[in-house]
Write a protein that binds this ligand. Structure first.
Ligand code: BG6
Length: 535
């Protein structure tokens, strides 16, 4: 790789502009304390600490950065908690080379407080510990962010206590110091109504610029790259519309089942879990107009416009535009796996979908009539997330076709979110060899032009949480959801959820674990003369 990006190892949005952070950057983030609620939970161990560790390894944390982990384990101490995290880091797939010196630096800045954050009495201890931890910092440097890595049922009491305890005062001015921010994990609400009341509550206590609603897909390098790819190049944008694009396929397929999350998943299902947030975000980034700048609000304004232009699903359109199904027993990587109904904490007669596919339309000038097919499921054939933009077929075929010849394939541009992050463009070429003059046939075959992050930059993308945590520390909100964006997404999803809840399928459609979903999903797209890609 040559050119201005050569040698740079990770991208992050610093100082309001997409920039690159060179090899060994100076400390970047503000001094601050991260308070994690839900410290003994899975997210803290699997995502948050690996991300903090990577930031520490890359010297992106301020030397005065600290973590106060708040958990419900009363017997835990600073030392036992540190040891628990150390073991998790050593085991983590997200930490490539565990280095004891990096860990020691982070461990020395990691503290633990036992308590139930949904109970007001926990906050005295939290405050006391914060005073100890931050005593060497000037008062204006006692910046804090509170990370709610907890089940949605306790968001509300925690938000109330953060406000009433004075830990997060409302700041109308984003420049006020020290700053206080609140980071909320998904799901943000369970429906449009619950999301609205949660927004109303949060915004009665804090200003919008203090609230960071996470959708971790936005932290993925390749998802951020959709905007750069579209708007930092001039050759694709003129084609990016209904005149040239026949349809778009967005896939988020997982090999894993629901694992130990049966209780949560029974309530959520694939539409709340993946469509309301990750998949609609991918759709919005693919379909949005160029923002006037890369500021958080300019980008989010354009995404909201797309979400508001998505044609509403109605009781009349839902049966022919959507499909739901559950995984049945099957085989994943030569291993037999059970069906969804046999998973722990899942009802034997559950109707919760683990797979869904839908056809959406974006009703505006650019996209009128272009279907956006969106699908996601657990226990599918392969872990892959991608956005595939399929261009129109040539209007007149002089080549190919005819007996014994594969039909020509339309050009497809695939943005691979994961794994093997990159972009490929397929096009048709002439197969070498003399044309058979007698039959007037020129052999034509599809080939691919392929870019992979790993080849171009020598390493795989930074984990999403690393980017997102750094963004919270530097006050960069582009990759977080604004309140109107969350509500606009629920408005699309709510009619579908209501319809499905009222119309229980009998029997529920199923697909074998390890397959690419139910036949009904193939029929949905085949009705328009298209077919799903098998990535
Ligand atoms: C989460 C969902 O938001 O995203 C999970 O709750 C899902 O069910 C996960 O497995 C997928 O994320 P990733 O980064 O592994 O594609």
């Amino acid at each position: 790789m040559t050119g201005p990006l050569a040698g740079h190892v990770r991208a992050s949005k610093v100082s309001g502009q997409y920039g690159v952070v060179p090899g060994a950057p100076a400390e970047q983030a503000d001094p601050c304390t991260m308070v994690i609620f839900g410290a003994t939970g899975d997210l803290t161990k699997r995502k948050l600490f690996p991300a903090l560790y990577q930031l520490a390894a890359e010297h992106l944390l301020h030397p005065n950065f600290a973590v106060l982990a708040v958990g419900r384990e009363p017997a835990e101490t600073d030392d036992t908690f540190r040891e628990r995290i150390r073991l998790a880091l050593v085991d983590s797939d997200e930490v490539k080379h565990f280095n004891d010196d990096v860990w020691k630096r982070l461990a020395a800045r990691t503290f633990y407080a036992g308590g139930d954050a949904s109970d007001a009495s926990a906050y005295e201890l939290i405050k006391r510990r914060l005073v100890e931890i931050e005593e060497s910092r000037a008062e204006t440097e006692r910046n804090r962010f509170f990370y709610l890595a907890v089940p949605p049922s306790v968001f509300e009491p925690i938000v109330r206590h953060l406000s009433s305890s004075g830990l997060v005062p409302k700041h109308d001015n984003p420049k006020e110091r020290p700053w206080a921010r609140v980071v909320v994990e998904k799901p943000f609400g369970h429906s449009l109504d619950t999301a609205k009341s949660l927004n109303a509550l949060v915004l009665s206590m804090f200003a919008e610029h203090q609230v960071y609603r996470i959708d971790h897909y936005l932290g993925k390098e390749t998802v951020q790259n959709v905007l750069v790819f579209r708007f930092a190049n001039t050759i694709f944008e003129p084609l990016w519309n209904r005149s040239h694009i026949s349809h778009v396929q967005i896939t988020a397929a997982e090999e894993v089942g629901v694992e130990a999350r049966g209780r949560y998943y029974e309530e959520a299902g694939v539409v709340r879990d993946m469509f309301q947030n990750h998949l609609l975000q991918l759709l919005a980034l693919t379909a949005m107009e160029p923002p006037s700048s890369m500021t958080a609000n300019a980008v989010r304004d354009e995404k909201v416009k797309v979400l508001k232009s998505i044609r509403w699903l109605t009781p009349e359109s839902i049966p022919s535009s959507t499909v739901r199904a559950q995984y049945a027993p099957g085989t994943i990587r030569s291993r037999a796996v059970t069906g969804y109904r046999a998973e722990p904490d899942v009802a034997e007669d559950s109707h919760t979908p683990t797979f869904a596919a839908a056809r959406f339309y974006v009703d505006n000038w650019r996209w009128q009539g272009v279907p956006f097919y969106v699908r996601s499921g657990k226990r599918l054939g392969k872990r892959v997330s991608e956005i595939a933009v399929q261009f129109h077929a040539p209007p007149h075929l002089m080549f190919g076709g005819g007996e014994g010849h594969a039909p020509l394939q339309a050009n497809t541009l695939v943005m691979r979110v994961q794994p093997n992050e990159g972009i490929s463009l397929s096009f048709e070429v002439k197969v070498p060899g003399a044309a058979v003059a007698m039959t007037q046939h020129v052999e034509v075959a599809p080939v691919e032009m392929d870019f992979t992050y790993a080849e171009a930059f020598g390493e795989t993308a930074a984990p999403a949480y690393e980017t997102l945590l750094l963004d919270v520390m530097i006050g960069e909100m582009t990759l977080f959801l604004r309140s109107d964006e969350v509500e606009a997404a629920w408005k699309i999803i709510d009619p579908l959820l209501c319809f499905w809840e009222e119309h229980t399928p009998n029997p529920m459609a199923t697909y074998a674990a390890g397959s690419w979903g139910p036949d009904e999903a193939d029929q949905l797209i085949a009705a328009d003369g298209a077919a799903w890609r098998t990535p």
